[in-house]
Design a protein around this ligand. Structure first.
Ligand SMILES: [Zn+2]
Ligand SMILES: [Zn+2]
Length: 238
């Protein structure tokens, strides 16, 4: 039950990100841009120091191969089969087809967001809660990404919002299936570790790598640092 509730909260954040786009909330969007960098630091930290070690503990060194599969799967779905995709707000016109393929690509990733939450709770409520935070932090940018690419492709605000809701639904489905599908029970943590490394280091980091100033790098390092702080707090609570 618990992982499902967390997945529903994460799904709601997808829709909230979409709403920021369809209602053109400029200040909200600027805040969400900062969350991209902060969330990237947090995700890279949790993937390398918690997800990968636990996946190896559960599946032996062979689990490393599944981490790689998770990483490659995101590149395949978002950047190989998809003509145009990047994280963050879409600010230029794109084809309608680009919007559809971006949605399909993101559905795979958001499904594994759910797999990560459920696999985390299967290890311990501590890891589950920390993974929920990692997922939650990039759910708003995710909603912005999909809704803005839909709007840029010429769809209606309602459909743009519907796409964000679909991403949320994929996360909920990821949680539900991880509890029943043997393959995901066994390899879910390793696969979602690979997905999390990709999303943090290869989707989110490139979004601010080329930007000047100290704010975004600071948010990135802060995200990694805050991960260890929340880890200490959650350990104290559990
Ligand atoms: Zn673009
Ligand atoms: Zn995600």
């Amino acid at each position: 039950m618990t992982p499902l509730i967390y997945a529903l909260v994460a799904a709601a954040a997808n829709v909230a990100g979409g709403l920021a786009v369809t209602r053109s909330a400029r200040r909200g969007l600027a805040f969400i841009e900062g969350m991209v960098a902060f969330g990237a630091g947090y995700m890279v930290a949790i993937a390398l120091t918690e997800m990968v070690p636990h996946a190896l503990e559960l599946g032996g060194t062979g689990a490393a191969g599944w981490v790689l599969v998770g990483y490659l799967l995101v590149h395949l779905s978002q950047h190989t089969l998809t003509p145009h995709f990047h994280f963050g707000e879409e600010t230029h016109a794109v084809s309608r087809k680009a919007g559809v393929s971006a949605l399909v690509g993101l559905l795979l990733h958001t499904f594994f967001d759910g797999v990560a939450i459920a696999s985390g709770f299967a290890v311990s409520s501590e890891l589950g809660l920390l993974l929920f935070i990692a997922i939650f932090l990039h759910k708003l940018p995710e909603g912005v990404t999909i809704s803005s690419i839909q709007v840029a492709g010429g769809t209606t605000p309602a459909r743009a919002l519907g796409s964000a809701a679909l991403l949320g639904a994929a996360t909920v489905l990821g949680v539900l299936l991880t509890e029943y599908v043997g393959f995901l029970v066994e390899h879910g943590l390793a696969l979602s570790a690979g997905v999390t490394i990709y999303v943090g280091a290869s989707n989110l980091v490139p979004e601010f790598q080329g930007k000047r100033g100290w704010r975004l790098p600071f948010a990135f390092f802060l995200g990694a640092g805050i991960f260890f702080l929340t880890q200490t707090i959650v350990r104290g609570l559990m």
